[in-house]
Unconditional design. Structure first.
Length: 141
């Protein structure tokens, strides 16, 4: 029993919060809408992304998540809202979800992030098996 516990602890320590291949995605990415920037970061053993910047935030830094379909969340600040959650995989494709689009207020249950070259990322979100949308994001320097 002690060996099993020790092996689990070692495995968790070695896995760490993000793997070397995850480092390819970590950073800021320009979205296809409203001059947005999403910051992808490690969240536990997965990758997540949050709103870092957007044209509405430059006009009004106190912009709220007004299009959220959940009325209880419409008063939260837009900056910092998690838009990508729980993505794992690599080295070129990560799968996870949910994904959230603050422009429409829609939440996709599953999606994928596909690295298309060093500075281009294909972001795909699906609300149903055949109802998907894809955007190309570019690395922000």
């Amino acid at each position: 029993m002690l060996r099993v516990a020790a092996a689990l602890i070692v495995g968790l320590v070695l896995a760490g919060p993000a793997t070397a291949q995850d480092e390819l995605l970590i950073g800021k990415w320009r979205t296809a809408a409203q001059g947005g920037v999403v910051e992808i970061h490690a969240c536990g053993s997965a990758l997540c992304g949050r709103v870092f910047d957007a044209a509405p935030l430059r006009r009004n830094p106190d912009q709220k998540d007004v299009r959220n379909r959940d009325p209880n969340l419409r008063d939260r600040p837009l900056r910092g809202v998690r838009v990508l959650d729980g993505f794992t995989g690599g080295p070129t494709v990560w799968n996870g979800g949910p994904l959230y689009d603050p422009d429409s207020g829609q939440r996709a249950s599953r999606g994928s992030l596909t690295l298309v070259g060093r500075d281009r990322l294909s972001v795909r979100g699906c609300i149903a098996p055949l109802l998907c949308r894809t955007q190309i994001w570019t690395r922000a320097n």
